[in-house]
Design a protein around this ligand. Structure first.
Ligand SMILES: *Cc1c(COP(=O)(O)O)cnc(C)c1O
Length: 419
């Protein structure tokens, strides 16, 4: 190592130590059970296991299911779980109680919102959506559009005001992701929501990559509808249920198409025809997966006592510091993520022609990130369990992989089903 490089590294190490010592959420790391020697940069795809979840799930299985049996619907309030856990999610995304229901998948919740929104704006047939959106958002929109007779107009989020100027009176809904799943770009939710509503349309935000790391401010910014994922930064576990937000002012008109018995006004009257429940309960469909629901509820306790402003500051500090490390250690790195704090979610994405193989070589060194088509190395920084020392170590591993051409080894180029 040259004298300059050694000095850079010493400086970065000192900075990491100082930043970690001053980190007000550092203690949350103890709330997670991560394997030794792993730097986990994929909490944006599957959040890490909160240490208290295994015992809580074991209790649900043995006590609530095994011993208390069917009575648990009342005695452990299984029935109230979707809205009770919805309120806990709401505390992280800036929603007052009674506006979020947890259950189903993000895909299913999107479907409810697309169709309900089209019914809430009967004279308008256009849905504006980002062509770069996560595929399921586009696929489900195609399905809903075919059923509801909608026209999909594609626009990047920053082009939405132009679309609204041209065709605003035809637009029923503007449906966007808060954070781009590939590049990590954070879009202007307050500004786009205001422009959407000024045109008489509704806003739907997909919070999959912002819930749990960005305060969001759903109520503060008068968002109409939102959906999000339970298994990413919320750490609910594989296949954890998703959530849907319907602002109180819209709940009476939220005529969603999946009219299952859990969304009925009187589910146990077993009436012959559907009548929607009051409030957010009408977003429910059928019996929720309670083991997963209650695992998510326990996982959310990892946020107890944490202030989302501090969580966001830590997240920005981690990604900002990682970029600083790259500047010194991997100066050729091509960033896909904006450097401006107000435009950055909680991940750093790099472009590389052999991105898949680079990710595999990093994984072999215990640095777990993921690859996204076509050329993205995606590194998620979950602020509750990562340190600045982890960010520096990850940058060092990346520098070594590239310097040694480890990614050119044949064993790193074979693709698995899940990338
Ligand atoms: C992860 C993710 C999803 C996942 O949808 P599921 O139906 O839960 O599989 C949807 N949209 C976005 C933007 C995502 O990042």
């Amino acid at each position: 190592m040259s004298t300059d490089a050694a000095a850079d590294l010493a400086g970065l190490t000192a900075r990491a130590t100082a930043l970690d010592a001053a980190d007000p959420v550092a203690h949350a790391r103890e709330r997670f059970a991560l394997p030794e020697g792993v730097i986990y940069l994929d909490g944006n795809s599957l959040g890490a296991l909160p240490a208290s979840v295994p015992a809580a799930v074991a209790d649900v299985v043995r006590q609530q299911w095994g011993t208390d049996l069917i009575a648990s619907w009342n005695t452990h309030d299984w029935w109230g779980a979707p809205t009770r856990i919805g309120d806990a999610v709401g505390a992280l995304v800036g929603s007052a109680a009674g506006q979020i229901s947890v259950g189903d998948t993000t895909s299913v919740n999107l479907f409810k919102c697309y169709v309900a929104a089209s019914r809430m704006r009967p004279g308008r047939r256009v849905v504006v959506s980002d062509p770069g959106v996560f595929p399921t958002d586009q696929y489900v929109l195609e399905g809903a559009a075919a059923l509801a007779g909608l026209e999909i107009v594609h626009s990047r989020p920053d082009g939405v005001p132009d679309v609204l100027r041209e065709r605003g009176d035809e637009v029923a809904l503007v449906s966007l992701s808060h954070v781009d799943y590939r590049t990590g770009e954070l879009w202007d939710l307050p500004g786009i929501t205001a422009a959407t509503q000024a045109a008489g349309a509704l806003s739907l935000w997909d919070l999959c990559h912002s819930a749990g790391v960005v305060p969001v401010g759903l109520d503060e910014h008068s968002v109409d509808l939102a959906v999000g994922c339970g298994y990413k930064y919320l750490n609910g576990g594989p296949g954890a249920p998703a959530f849907v937000y319907v602002a109180t002012r819209h709940q009476g008109d939220f005529d969603q198409p999946l009219t299952g018995w859990h969304g009925h006004a009187r589910p146990f009257a077993m009436e012959g025809s559907f009548a929607p429940a009051e409030g957010i309960a009408r977003a429910r469909v059928g019996t929720p997966p309670l083991l997963s629901m209650l695992a998510l509820e326990e996982a959310l306790r990892a946020y107890d006592g944490l202030d989302m402003t501090q969580v966001r500051a830590k997240s920005l500090s981690l990604t900002g510091f990682f970029v600083e490390c790259l500047r010194d250690l991997v100066p050729d790195a091509v960033l896909a993520t904006p450097l401006d704090d107000v435009r950055r979610g909680s991940q750093v994405a790099l472009r590389h022609p052999q991105a898949y193989a680079v990710v595999q070589a990093l994984i072999a060194r215990g640095v777990i990130g993921d690859f996204r088509e076509p050329d993205i190395i995606r590194l998620g920084f979950a602020p509750l369990y990562l340190s600045h020392a982890d960010a520096l170590a990850a940058a060092q591993h990346l520098a070594e992989v590239l310097a040694n051409d480890e990614h050119l080894e044949a064993r790193f180029t074979t693709r698995s089903t899940v990338t």
